[in-house]
Write a protein that binds this ligand. Structure first.
Ligand code: C2E
Ligand code: MG
Ligand code: MG
Ligand code: MG
Length: 278
């Protein structure tokens, strides 16, 4: 099967008449109605400073409450939203909702995921500026999370967009870092603020010597390039301890908190996570 990573490759493929694409068709019909019927909701996962345990930000994670299928995870509908272009209005809703829910929480950052197609939409920067104005969200408190797939489609455009975002005061994190194929060259070319080390490395950081070295090296390299590093998918105390010893700046994962409803996330954000000492 073709792995749909984002990007603009879909149009070159015709879907077969198998079970999966029938499901896709049905899903597409209901996805078209989801926004108007207010079926989307944001959950928020805290991101902590790995030394102090203070919550620095919340990552907004989209959930779809399907009328008959119940809650649908983003991995099942974001690729479809990308393919159909529905990601554009959905993505604008996510940005506005996240900014308005977190704007008045002084100092708290909010991280919003952008897929490849969103990142390349013509009026992205103008739209973000408008949303910041409308919601009162300070630009410095908005972080956009993009993956390498959003950068490879049109490198020059991506650089220009990131520079405009920088000028606006919005920061950019590279999500799922380490899973792409030419990560290192991007670090030099793109004005990125933070790397998010992919969960697949964090999973093995205490059990696999190779993953451990990779994580350690990513942190050292990022720091020498002036970037911050956050570990995603931290599930155990041992992982957190190891990451802190390696000098990782921030952490996010089920050990600290699962994605939560806004009110709950804001309550957690006012508390300090007790970072275990080894
Ligand atoms: P991501 O941005 O890499 O988000 C991290 C995913 O890992 C989230 O899954 C989160 O719930 C999950 N996670 C966090 N900590 C742990 C942990 O300790 N263990 C495990 N097993 N999982 C953990 P989720 O919410 O299902 O989102 C999946 C992906 O969907 C996201 O990956 C992101 O790429 C995309 N996504 C989510 N919301 C949006 C959105 O609003 N817009 C766009 N374009 N993409 C979104
Ligand atoms: Mg993310
Ligand atoms: Mg990620
Ligand atoms: Mg991921």
């Amino acid at each position: 099967t073709i792995k749909e990573q984002g990007g603009n490759n879909y149009r070159h493929f015709v879907s077969g008449g198998d079970q999966a694409s029938d499901d896709g068709l049905e899903l597409e019909t209901s996805l078209r109605q989801a926004l108007g019927q207010k079926q989307f909701q944001l959950y928020y996962q805290p991101q902590i400073d790995i030394v102090s345990g203070r919550v620095l930000g919340l990552e907004a994670l989209l959930r779809w409450h399907h009328p008959t299928q119940g809650m649908i995870a983003p991995n099942r509908f974001i690729p479809l939203a990308e393919k159909t272009g529905l990601i554009i209005p959905i993505g604008e809703w996510v940005l506005r909702e996240a900014c308005s829910q977190v704007a008045t929480q002084h100092g708290l950052k909010v991280a919003v995921n952008l897929s490849a197609r969103q990142f390349h939409q013509k009026d992205l920067v103008a739209m973000i500026r408008r949303i910041l104005d409308e919601t009162g969200m300070p630009p410095a408190n908005l972080e956009l999370e993009i993956t390498e797939s959003a950068l490879i489609y049109d490198v020059e455009l991506a650089i220009a967009t990131m520079e405009q975002l920088n000028d606006l005061g919005v920061s950019v994190s590279l999500d799922d870092f380490g899973t792409g194929y030419s990560s290192l060259s991007y670090l030099k070319r793109f004005p990125i603020d933070m790397l998010k080390i992919d969960k697949s490395f964090i999973d093995e950081v205490t059990t696999d010597p190779d993953s451990n070295v990779i994580v350690k090296t990513i942190i050292v390299m990022a720091h020498s390039l002036g970037l911050k590093v956050i570990a995603e998918g931290v599930e155990t105390k041992e992982q957190l301890t190891m990451l802190r010893e390696h000098g990782c700046d921030q952490a996010q994962g089920y050990l600290i908190a699962r994605p939560l409803l806004c009110q709950e996330a804001l309550e957690i954000a006012a508390q300090t996570f007790v970072v275990p000492t080894s």
